[in-house]
Design a protein around this ligand. Sequence first.
Ligand code: PHE
Length: 509
Amino acid sequence: MSLNEIVDKLSLNEKKLLLLLERLGGEASIEEILKSGGFRQQVEIMNASSWLKSKKLVEINELTKTFYSLDKEGLQFIKKGLPEKRVLLFLLKNQGCATLDEIKRKSGISSSEISIAIGWLRKKGWADISKEKDKVVIKVTERGKKVAKTKDEDEKILEYLYKNPDSEVEESRINNLKSRKNVIKSKLAKVYIIRLTETGKKVVKSGIRIEEEISQITSKIIKDGSWRRAKIRAYDIHAFVPSVYGGKQHPLTFLIEKIRKIFLSMGFEEIEGNFVESCFWNMDVLFIPQDHPARDMQDTLYCKKPSKIKVEDRELLKRIADVHENGADTGSIGWRYRFSKDECEKVLLRTHTTVNTIRYLYSNPEPPCKVFSIGRVFRRENLDSTHLPEFYQIEGIVHERGANFRQLIGLLKEFYRRMGFERIRFRPAYFPYTEPSMEVEVFWNGKWMELGGSGIFRPEVTLPAGVKEPVLAWGLGLERLAMLKFGLKDIRNLYIADLEWLKNVGFKV
Ligand code: PHE
């Protein structure tokens, strides 16, 4: 930008401030600028200077300075005089000499003030103190005689601070007074010094004309035609403005919304479920064997209160027990153990959202249906950069006549494609409730990453629910997906309340 262009974009206050700074020798504090006139309020100067700073025409330096005022005792000194001065004047009236007793009796000065005064008389060299027999004799010196007619440094400062409270005083000049009790009070305050930069100086030299200008167009200005005569300030579209961070969704919420929209747009309906479930619904109806390692205390969070949830439907309980024991009429031979009713009444925090879809199937056994859920699950995991004890699963089922494995693959591919992942692959896997089963993996940053499981529900799972047609099912991790989408190295970042991070995290598509 040329100097002319810079000048053109200056506001009236910016121009005024530049000219003033030049007049004050290129540098001044806000107070000095205020005193020299031209501005009514400090904020005007602060505003103009921060704009000029952003345009690199001034620098603003912040200094912390000490400002002094008189305290209680200091104000007394103003009224009565310094105690040493008062004793000095008494001594001079008394031919320049007196004993301590005489001073105490005749001067009318309190004895506590006298003892302070004696100390200072000696220190300042205004009097000599000696002992004659048992009497303390105080005798004015030459210096004392001189000072009686004038004011000493301390008195000058007292007077100055009396007239100008909150002023700066050189440290070495105020030390004496500061060493006395309750005479001086001080406070620290910030002082802003504004200084023209080299460019600032050049801009001032290039010539700045002060003229009234319009910085905001109003309907009034348009109606009365005054815009024709006035100068209208050019916008500086490169001017610095502070970043505004308005309310914004948490990245996870953002992602959940996106996933929700994808499934809704693919014709799915959303379902929900409970955090607290019985083993029966979370495990047994899904044909998870009762000695399965996932049921172990090491993997599952069980509840103490209540410690049991009874299966109300006794007939259903019997059916599931049979399926586990011998397969009942599902065509399976079952797990061939004795089913424990105690085991299935245990209470846990759901370990997967497959409990939501299986419950849905039990209450809606008639096809067709396409439902999904996005919900939290809980596992006894140790927290590390890729594991959380509490995380979200993206769960879903398709229940319809003729549903098949290829359809499941296509559906998951489509979901991930809409999430922005082109390369995904499926690997054979095992889950007690699906056959066939597969794992979904996506390719990201040169690596295959496991994102979830899927398969077709086994007859041991569907037939006891009265479901006859095939059910495609999947359960995918949300946080892993989020790590990829937000480029995170540590999954825990999603749950720390770090606003800086949240401000800057961006969705990578
Ligand atoms: N419930 C499985 C898990 O938590 C995922 C899954 C869901 C697998 C549905 C197959 C079918 O990992």
